[in-house]
Design a protein around this ligand. Structure first.
Ligand SMILES: [Zn+2]
Length: 225
């Protein structure tokens, strides 16, 4: 679908006919060695890895550089749309419907994700994540916590770090602690949390600096005056 949405581009001239080693479709093929490198190891999911040819859509899925560099939405329309992390976050504000596939490289360029994408899932490195109503609620909780000044690394901790907590008004605590607890299932299933952190980076607000505590050094200086 993504290949068709992109205008069914030719990758290079097919050199043989047969069945695609990856998807099993019959037709003209491109030599597999011309598409994936010798160090490629992602053969799980290939229908017949011993075949030596790959069909043009599959070849494009491996060779089209933007697919490895940025996130994409694929629909059955067919439609292929490049997305910024923030735009991915907007799509995740609803459960992901079965006629859509999101491809989100958390480590751009490292792996081929597009050829393994699944309808109704968010494909990240080594995982295809469902995105249900509970995930939508957790994403909203994560955004609220970010807006109080908690950054990505802090959000992986089991409790809100004191450095930020101590600067917040006490009336924010009940909702904050409830939101923090709501993220516990994600802390135990990190791929979901990693994805959510990736698409909400822009939400963290830097809190105003705390009054500077008097350091032992300044006391020392005073003593010498
Ligand atoms: Zn194929």
């Amino acid at each position: 679908m993504a290949w068709r949405a992109a205008g069914a581009p030719e990758v290079e001239l097919p050199t043989r006919e047969g069945f695609c080693a990856r998807c099993g479709a019959g037709g003209v093929l491109i030599a597999a060695a011309a598409v994936v490198s010798r160090s490629f190891t992602g053969y799980d999911g290939w229908s017949a890895p011993s075949q030596t040819g790959i069909c043009p859509p599959c070849a494009w899925g491996y060779r089209h550089p933007p697919l490895r560099a940025t996130a994409h939405l694929v629909t059955r329309a067919p439609q292929l749309q490049a997305l910024t992390p923030t735009e991915v976050g907007e799509h995740l504000e609803l459960p992901l419907s079965p006629d859509r596939a999101l491809i989100v490289p958390l480590h751009p360029g490292r792996k081929h994700l597009a050829p393994t994408a699944v309808w109704g899932r968010v494909t990240i490195e080594d995982a295809h994540l469902s995105w249900a109503a509970a995930d939508v609620d957790r994403l909203a909780a994560l955004r609220r916590v970010r807006r109080l000044g908690f950054g990505s690394r802090m959000l992986t901790a089991p409790a809100p770090p004191w450095a930020v907590l101590s600067r917040l008004p006490a009336e924010t605590y009940p909702e904050l602690l409830a939101d923090w607890a709501a993220l516990t299932p994600w802390r135990e299933r990190r791929p979901w949390l990693d994805l959510a952190l990736h698409v909400t980076v822009a939400d963290t607000v830097t809190p105003p600096p705390a009054p500077r505590p008097r350091s032992p050094l300044s006391n020392l200086r005073k003593a010498h005056r």
